[in-house]
Write a protein that binds this ligand. Sequence first.
Ligand SMILES: Nc1ncnc2c1ncn2[C@@H]1O[C@H](COP(=O)(O)OP(=O)(O)OP(=O)(O)O)[C@@H](O)[C@H]1O
Ligand SMILES: [Mg+2]
Length: 260
Amino acid sequence: MVRKKKQVFDEGYLKALNSKNIEWIDIGVKGLIDFIPGLPKGDAILVRGEPGTGKTILALQFMYTGIKNGETVVYITTEETPETIIRTGAELWSDFPQMLQDKKFVIVNLSINASYASEFSLINKGEVMAIVLKVLDATPDVSRIVIDSLSALERRLVDPSEFREVFMKLLLETKKRGATTILTAEGIPKRPDIPEYLVDHLIYLDYQKHDVIWTRVFVLRKSRSVPLQPRILKLNIETQGLWVEEIPISLKPVWFASKL
Ligand SMILES: Nc1ncnc2c1ncn2[C@@H]1O[C@H](COP(=O)(O)OP(=O)(O)OP(=O)(O)O)[C@@H](O)[C@H]1O
Ligand SMILES: [Mg+2]
């Protein structure tokens, strides 16, 4: 007797596995489309890198692309004040101030200059979630969320051991809403931890030194459902924002590769 193979997944799940059903979105990094079809809508993307590597600009460009697309964006800033975020956006794109005036995005201020119960600008997990959920609940059509940065958020907590719970809850709330989310964090860890494993995509931004030239590099380190080998791309930050390209042969990444 030939036994019928047990069906492990239901039809719906198998259908969802078909990449044709993925809604690819443009995260705003120009040139990335030459390497991948986009990133799946509703996923969580962690962007990690040393200071000045372009995390905030990438997050802003993700927001700007969403607004241009008619989407609703919530930008949670825990490090920079809303004023500097707006200043950078206005420096990059001339139509950014108009977007602000037209209330095309909401900035949630969890930076040092926000008003907190503690006079030392520290906050507990309940306060973080109350502030964030108030805005998210008032923005039901949100489709892009930025949290810049997780590291500063961890520092702002009265009890840093609460960070894991805050991170889990934030991720859960963004997923529940189906919003594509960019989270940033400082540095490239020697040993990846919970955030690196829990997110759907992991991007590293770094510098590569070549004689006296410092080159910015962009690595899509992990990307669930995206057909891509991890690879190093050259990252350029210019007056209109950031873009990536194939790394020139002359800048073959030697020391950077050893970090991966
Ligand atoms: N208009 C511009 N043209 C060219 N380069 C720029 C422009 N604006 C900013 N930069 C460069 O981009 C770099 C990256 O800035 P960004 O604020 O995104 O870094 P970051 O990774 O968020 O740093 P941090 O960890 O300190 O928050 C800046 O240090 C600056 O050198
Ligand atoms: Mg930053």
